[in-house]
Design a protein around this ligand. Structure first.
Ligand code: CP
Length: 306
């Protein structure tokens, strides 16, 4: 039966952990996986800009021995002539074996999955979800911390529109002993439905604050995010909020020596480049791990044994 990944909830905890194990095995033995997808094609349909997600999906498929068909903007496809997501999904199903789709409209990858005859992966839909970034994030936490439970995680920045935060909170809420500190300006607070339906439902302890400095010493993980310019309705609000949090070496002085700093990237100003060589900075490794997790995911959805 065809399986898609639209929301991180489409994967069980066991499946996510199995994929982390596969990703770690790929890192150790890349040659073992180099022909796993021979003869298969990934269609990367990106109707919104991307560097990491699109290129890591493409690199993942090439490193599995497969091939890639790519749409890198809405302008370069018949979406610009008014073709629907449903029709696009039906058509691409004739040419490829699996689709990775990014779209500015929330729910577009779900519509694609309902109309495609091949698996569809949500590569980010509006301000909603980004489940494959969560796979990268979980792999990073597993490698850096050696566990996925009993962690105090600070989510900092744009928690309203930051789809990576929404998906990661879903995933980390499954593990006991995790505690969330939600750090944002009030206008960019985490949506109420995620607090109620995910955090509170799973009885996860959380606090909401506007001060990163105050909570810094408590954190095992600091998940920084960019203020999502493209989701704002007016530029004035964006300009007022964009530099709400800037992580500097000075601010890190009160942090734990084993803090792990994650960021889905791209960053704008929110992490000073002076931190890039700090051993606590994990964000570039995180982008690399995303490729290995996408390799594990492609195999899983195509029913290919690792
Ligand atoms: N993290 C992430 O989704 O990056 P891109 O927008 O470059 O794909």
């Amino acid at each position: 039966m065809k399986r898609s990944l639209i929301d991180i909830c489409d994967l069980s905890t066991e499946e996510i952990e199995e994929m982390v194990d596969v990703a770690k095995d790929i890192m150790r033995n890349p040659q073992k996986y180099s022909e796993k997808c021979k003869g298969k094609k990934l269609a990367a349909l990106f109707f919104e800009p991307s560097t990491r997600t699109r290129l890591s999906f493409e690199a993942a498929m090439y490193e599995l021995g497969g091939n890639v068909l790519s749409v890198s903007s809405a302008d370069s496809s018949s979406a610009s002539k008014g073709e629907s997501v449903a029709d696009t999904a039906r058509i691409v199903s004739c040419y490829a074996d699996i689709i990775a789709m990014r779209h500015p409209k929330e729910g577009a990858p779900l519509v694609a999955a309902m109309n495609a005859s091949i698996p569809v992966i949500n590569a980010g839909d509006g301000g909603h979800n980004h489940p494959t970034q969560t796979l990268a994030d979980i792999c990073t936490v597993s490698l850096e911390k050696g566990r996925l439970n009993n962690l105090t995680v600070g989510f900092c920045g744009d928690l309203k529109f930051g789809r990576t935060v929404h998906s990661l909170i879903q995933a980390l809420s499954r593990y006991s002993g995790n505690r969330f500190i939600l750090i944002s300006p009030e206008e960019l607070n985490l949506p109420g439905y995620i607090k109620k339906d995910v955090i509170e439902k799973n009885r996860i302890e959380y606090v909401q604050t506007t001060s990163l400095e105050q909570v810094m010493p408590e954190l095992d993980i600091l998940y920084m995010t960019r203020v999502q310019k493209e989701r704002f309705f007016n530029e004035e609000d964006y300009l007022r909020l964009k530099d709400s949090y800037i992580l500097t070496p000075e601010k890190l002085k009160s942090a734990r020596s084993d803090l792990s700093i994650l960021h889905p990237l791209p960053r704008v100003n929110e992490i000073s480049v002076a931190i890039d060589n700090d051993p606590r900075a994990c964000y570039f490794k995180q982008a690399l791990y995303g490729k290995y997790m996408r390799m594990a995911l492609i195999m899983k959805l195509l029913g290919i044994e690792p």
